[in-house]
Design a protein around this ligand. Structure first.
Ligand SMILES: [Zn+2]
Length: 668
């Protein structure tokens, strides 16, 4: 039966397998799932299929829900999302048993999510390698060596490109963890390729008659051999991968954290001294003049974690005047949260003591959270998730917040036997794996709950340290906060006491060096738009530093932080003028597939972001001398230049640019 049809492909259920057929290419069949139930591996069948439902989502996607019945007493629900003009589909399933039944591990953890023909010439695409040199996650692509990876040893992905000369198959899954900590993997065997669970995907004894087993989400696409799947995948990530569309908006963000750090390390104050109305209003005024859209107040605005109410000692008027000022300027309010933290003295703690994270049956030791009272860490894979989701939703009304910065969520650390990741009959290791596997899924549930009530809400998740839930999973709900200040002194084997003022981060100053670190992960932009990797650049320092920082941030990371009192009047004006130009072409820059030459720190580095409409920008980072660059894009409108460059249109409609320094060439 036909399930879905777009202008590029059709999807059907034929002979017990799904069949993806893109015009002009051989059809690809992929299997229904197989799981171990009550000690037996069961490859599920669709003995009867029907009840196909179709729903149109605001992202422009069409969602198809297909209900099938396996004659042995199992109900399967398959969900597909398709997009006109894009070959990628999203796929997931849900399994329920009519009679009492349990998922078991008699033969190890056993979920075959899908299997297909493949494994000929594979490239693994990873999104969660941790680069110690810049202290950030980075993407990487590597040919799969069949001498290493086979039926029993899978590679992590979360994406594989499989070529067989007639087509390229793209398979990916939505989850996250730092390479090589595998929760799922791709297993090549002979001429087949399967995606299977590795650990933590369920706990033994889980009843599937009481609560269905919901799979994670998979991405599947087929391409002609000459087509690079990256551009289509990037468009899918930008436009269709989530229904929480505000997360993709190229706003300009300001965050108070850098000001708070400078207060601490340069001025000898405390991190939270800047948390007062007068200072925040002054920052808002300057941020507005510089072109900031979203003003994020970092840690310290609240009285107690968990309750998440404004600290009335620091802000006697609450956020009334702050919100009035933001509204006057058309700006949005963002706030910092540690989603796990709940203060011992909070009102919430009393009803949720059973949700405190535990290791070996013991709760952790309460810690002060950034100069605020002691807090416990709560397990988000417990019923606490819903309390936190409801509280965030209330705060949209209560405080006018639309941007939620989530910090300090490590992927590991709970093996409790009375949360939602295993019980007393499971081993501690199994419960810990299930916690680590499930954490990101519960984070997504919280965000989706919030965005259902408040569609313009955005959640960013701080992955500035290793060991966090990084991959494709979180991006279907929110965006990442990628880099704080890069590496610390000890990361470079430099003794910490050599830091002049005690600040243990190296890259906290204006100038080109911080931008080398921050621009390096722009390599994500080939697959995942850089607008999903918020990183803050510095607007102070001299004019050359300001140009470098502006030229960097408009490539998509879009963040600014500093003590804005210290930015010169000329600097404030320059940011205001340049970001006004940015706003004319921000959607073009966000959509444009990146073209880059050179690398951060090299003598010559170019980033071209010109859309098919011929609009966008080209940014140059050079160390002197004259370099020439001819654009691939063909700009048609006005050209404006910041910095040392000159541009002329040449015969084929492109621009020939001569750069003698750092520069932005705007194509308006
Ligand atoms: Zn737990």
């Amino acid at each position: 039966m036909t399930i879905a049809k777009t202008n590029l492909f059709s999807l059907s259920l034929d002979a017990g397998a799904f069949c993806y057929c893109r015009e002009g290419l051989d059809p690809i069949a992929f299997s229904l799932p197989a799981l171990e139930v009550d000690g037996q591996e069961i490859a599920f069948r669709a003995d009867r299929a029907g009840g196909l439902e179709e729903r149109h989502l605001k992202s422009g996607a069409t969602e198809y829900t297909l209900r099938a019945y396996d004659g042995r007493g199992y109900h399967l629900t398959f969900v597909f999302r398709t997009f006109e003009g894009n070959p990628i589909i999203k796929y997931s399933f849900s399994l329920r048993s009519e009679a009492e039944a349990r998922l078991t591990k008699a033969h190890g953890e056993r979920v075959v999510y899908l299997a297909t023909e493949g494994g000929t010439d594979m490239t693994e695409v990873r999104f969660a390698d941790y680069d110690r040199f810049i202290h950030s996650f980075v993407p990487s692509e590597e040919a799969v060596d069949r001498r290493i990876y086979n039926e029993s040893n899978g590679f992590m992905g979360p994406m594989v490109l499989d070529k067989n000369g007639t087509r390229t198959l793209l398979l990916a899954y939505e989850h996250g963890s730092q390479n090589p900590d595998k929760y799922l993997a791709f297993y090549p065997s002979g001429t087949s390729l399967s995606v299977r669970a590795v650990k933590g995907n369920y706990y033994a004894g889980r009843r599937i008659d009481r609560m269905p087993f919901d799979s994670i989400v998979f991405h599947i696409g087929v391409f002609p051999p000459e087509e690079d799947p990256a551009a289509a995948y990037r468009a899918f990530q930008l436009k269709y991968a989530t229904n929480n569309l505000a997360s993709r908006e190229p706003y300009i963000f300001y965050n108070t954290w850098c000001m708070q750090e400078r207060d601490r390390w340069y001025n000898g104050h405390r991190y939270l001294d800047a948390m007062n109305e007068e200072r925040i209003l002054r920052e808002i005024d300057t941020a507005h003049r510089m072109g900031v859209d979203v003003f994020v107040i970092d840690t310290g605005w609240y009285a107690l974690t968990g309750d998440w109410k404004v600290n009335r000692e620091k802000f006697p008027n609450g956020f009334d005047r702050i919100n009035a000022r933001l509204r006057e300027f058309g700006m949005q309010l963002g706030l910092w949260f540690n989603p796990r933290a709940v203060a011992l003295e909070s009102e919430i703690m009393e009803g949720y003591e059973d949700c405190i994270m535990e290791v070996d049956g013991q709760p952790g030791i309460p810690q002060k959270v950034w100069e605020t009272p002691e807090s416990h860490n709560m397990c988000l894979v417990s019923r606490y998730w819903e309390q936190f989701a409801n509280r965030l939703t209330e705060l949209v009304e209560e405080l006018g917040v639309t941007y939620f910065k989530w910090d300090a969520i490590d992927q590991y650390g709970c093996d409790s036997d009375h949360h939602l990741h295993g019980g007393p009959e499971n081993s501690r290791e199994e419960r810990a794996d299930c916690y680590a596997f499930s954490l990101g899924l519960y984070m997504a549930k919280i965000i989706d709950h919030l965005c259902e009530a408040c569609p313009n809400a955005i959640v960013d998740f701080d992955i500035t340290e290793p060991g966090r839930y990084t991959g494709l999973g979180f991006l279907s709900s929110g965006k990442y906060f990628l880099i704080n200040n890069g590496p610390y002194y000890p990361c470079y084997d430099v003794e910490e006491h050599l830091s002049v003022r005690g600040w243990n981060n190296i890259f906290v100053n204006p100038g080109p060096a911080r931008t080398w670190v921050c621009r390096t992960p722009l390599s994500y932009d080939r697959w995942i738009p850089s607008v999903l990797f918020l990183t803050h650049y510095l607007p102070d320092g001299n004019r050359n530093s300001q140009i470098i920082n502006l030229a960097s941030l408009i490539l998509g990371q879009n963040g600014i932080w500093a003590n804005l009192d210290e930015v010169s009047e000329e600097g404030v004006q320059m940011f205001g003028e340049q970001l006004a130009l940015y706003k004319q072409v921000k959607h073009d820059i966000t959509e444009a597939y990146p073209i880059t030459l050179g690398q951060p720190g090299h003598g010559f580095e170019v980033h071209e972001k010109i859309s098919a409409r011929g609009r966008g920008a080209v940014c140059f980072f050079t160390d002197g001398g004259e370099y020439q660059y001819a654009t691939r894009g063909r700009p048609t409108g006005e050209i404006r230049i910041l910095g040392e460059a000159a541009a002329e249109r040449i015969e084929d409609g492109s621009l020939l640019i001569r750069a003698r320094g750092n520069a932005i060439v705007w194509c308006l």
